[in-house]
Design a protein around this ligand. Structure first.
Ligand SMILES: Cc1cc2nc3c(=O)[nH]c(=O)nc-3n(C[C@H](O)[C@H](O)[C@H](O)COP(=O)(O)OP(=O)(O)OC[C@H]3O[C@@H](n4cnc5c(N)ncnc54)[C@H](O)[C@@H]3O)c2cc1C
Ligand code: SF4
Length: 480
């Protein structure tokens, strides 16, 4: 092993080639190219194969990273794919959009003094290569089971659970109110981070695996929750969080002030070839406008970079804290800056100006005060520090809360936390309703794709145990 690995001393970190700003500012293609095979092998060989792999510990899926890095370094890519896909349903997606700087790569032990192994890029390379070579096959369960499972939500949480249950032979039905599969991966996250083709090829594979999708079907509207429960041996709610946090103040109701997800969904749908009236009318199109995005998370980063690509006259991101306290991934902040986005740190909106249509944002400078009970520094306005930014489009990207799921399901007994997320058993993933499980953002609050996959996998395991147990009890009753 030694001669192939531990190359971090003589070999510098090299990320896959990043497209030039001049080109990438004008399209929605991914900004990173794929490694060429020798480059992938060389970068994988930088792994030190350390005794305690902190990368694996800090990967929500506990991926066997050192193993697939070693196999990649040795050119054994089909085996690398087997190892990588054993713990992750969508490695090529995580490789593209996980915030690796906070997870696996941020905990790579060679980081001190040498830059970390490019784990995400190698993970993506392995599975993209596997798709090219036909190694990624539809699921063919060794035995079909009669029981069916109903999954609400075709985001990463629901899809990971669907795959794991289908693997065990269940008849899996996935319901989604959207017309396409993928949840936020298809309509939230823009193509420059995750090209839509990557999500669409997974959808095709799942259909070939025998997973049945019921799209355009909203539970609580098109099909009642009670009917759903009656149809299936168990139900998984993986509905995500969609209630956008709002902002008030004078002028908050002016035209041209829009929620982030409406804006991103319109851009993604337009890219997919759909006719989007609000995009066609210009309401959700940034072209030629001065754009101000309010917020500092990943959603805000996706909005500013989308606006750049739509040809905005200027794009500013208004965030009330500073760069160091920003929740968004630093990699994305850097990409946005390169693409011409201006960050206005330590500033918060006070009022929106305009007559019918928004024409500007009046903002105030802020400073960071003492830490509160949670340890986060408070934010305080600086008296007399008002300033105005011109704005023809203001995008509100302040985060998301859960919708009222018990009301939507007409099931007031469904237990929720004080944040409105669904309450589940710590390891059982079951809500307080028999046979009703929940996973992903609707349990955690707004989180990450990789955590939704983890939850979906774990919930599937618990659903399997539950169905086995209830079937055994039913058989025992019949016999007695
Ligand atoms: C703009 C944006 C950018 C992001 N960028 C990243 C990133 O770079 N990296 C990362 O790891 N994470 C990112 N995230 C977070 C990530 O997308 C989510 O954490 C993840 O998608 C959650 O998965 P989920 O399966 O729980 O829910 P979702 O992906 O939200 O899927 C839920 C699905 O349930 C459906 N649904 C809801 N209610 C019903 C109902 N009543 N009936 C039928 N269907 C219903 C919805 O239509 C949706 O398809 C981003 C989020 C946003 C908003
Ligand atoms: S799934 Fe995410 S955290 Fe885990 S190894 Fe891949 S990129 Fe890193």
């Amino acid at each position: 092993m030694a001669e192939r690995m531990l190359k971090f001393v003589q070999l510098a970190q090299e990320t896959p080639e990043k497209r030039d700003v001049a080109a990438r500012r004008f399209d929605f293609d991914e900004i990173y190219a794929r490694y060429a095979p020798p480059q992938a092998a060389a970068q994988a060989s930088r792994c030190s194969q350390c005794g305690v792999p902190f990368c694996q510990v800090h990967c929500p899926l506990s991926n066997n990273i050192p193993d697939w890095l070693k196999l990649t370094a040795e050119g054994r890519l089909e085996e690398a794919y087997e190892v990588s896909s054993a713990t992750n349903n969508f490695p090529e997606i995580c490789g593209r959009i996980c915030p690796q700087d906070r997870l696996c790569e941020g905990n790579c032990v060679i980081e001190k003094g040498f830059e970390s192994v490019t784990i995400g890029a190698v993970e993506r390379y392995i599975t993209d290569t596997a798709f090219d070579n036909g190694w990624v096959k539809p699921i063919r369960p060794t035995r079909e089971r009669a029981e069916s499972i109903g999954i609400v939500g075709a985001g990463p949480g629901g899809l990971a659970a669907a795959e794991e249950l289908r693997r065990r032979g269940y008849q899996v039905h996935v319901y989604d109110r959207y017309d396409r599969v993928g949840g936020l991966m298809i309509y939230g996250i823009p193509g420059f981070k995750l090209e839509k083709e990557i999500v669409l090829r997974r959808w095709k594979l799942m259909e070939e695996s025998g997973i049945r999708f019921h799209l355009g079907t909203e539970i609580g509207r098109d099909l009642s929750f009670a009917e759903l429960r009656a149809r299936h041996a168990a139900v998984l709610l993986a509905t995500g969080v969609y209630k956008a946090r709002d902002i008030g103040g004078p002028g908050a109701g002016l035209d041209g002030i829009v929620p982030a997800l409406d804006y991103l969904t319109a851009a993604n749908r337009h890219g997919l070839g759909d006719m989007v009236p609000d995009f066609a009318s210009g309401r959700l199109d940034a072209e030629g406008k001065h754009v101000v995005v309010i917020g500092g998370g990943d959603t805000a980063m996706d909005c500013v970079r989308t606006a750049v690509r739509q040809g905005a006259a200027s794009v500013k991101c208004l965030y009330r804290r500073d760069r160091a306290n920003m929740p968004g991934s630093m990699r994305e902040v850097k990409n946005a800056e390169e693409e011409g986005v201006e960050f206005v740190w330590l500033a918060a909106p006070e009022a929106f100006l305009g007559d019918g249509e928004v024409s500007g944002v009046r903002a105030m400078r802020m400073h960071l005060g003492l830490p509160d009970a949670s340890g986060r520094q408070s934010v305080e306005p600086i008296e007399g520090s008002h300033f105005t930014l011109p704005a023809g489009l203001v995008i509100k990207a302040l985060g998301f809360d859960p919708e009222d799921v018990p009301a939507a399901c007409a099931e007031p007994d469904l237990g929720v936390t004080r944040w409105g997320t669904l309450k589940v058993g710590a390891t059982s993933f079951m809500t307080n309703l028999q046979g009703v499980f929940a996973a992903g953002d609707i349990v955690r609050g707004a989180s990450l794709v990789v955590w939704a996959i983890r939850d979906g996998r774990d919930a599937a395991q618990q659903i399997h145990g539950y169905v086995q147990q209830t079937t055994a009890v039913a058989v025992a009753r019949t016999l007695s």
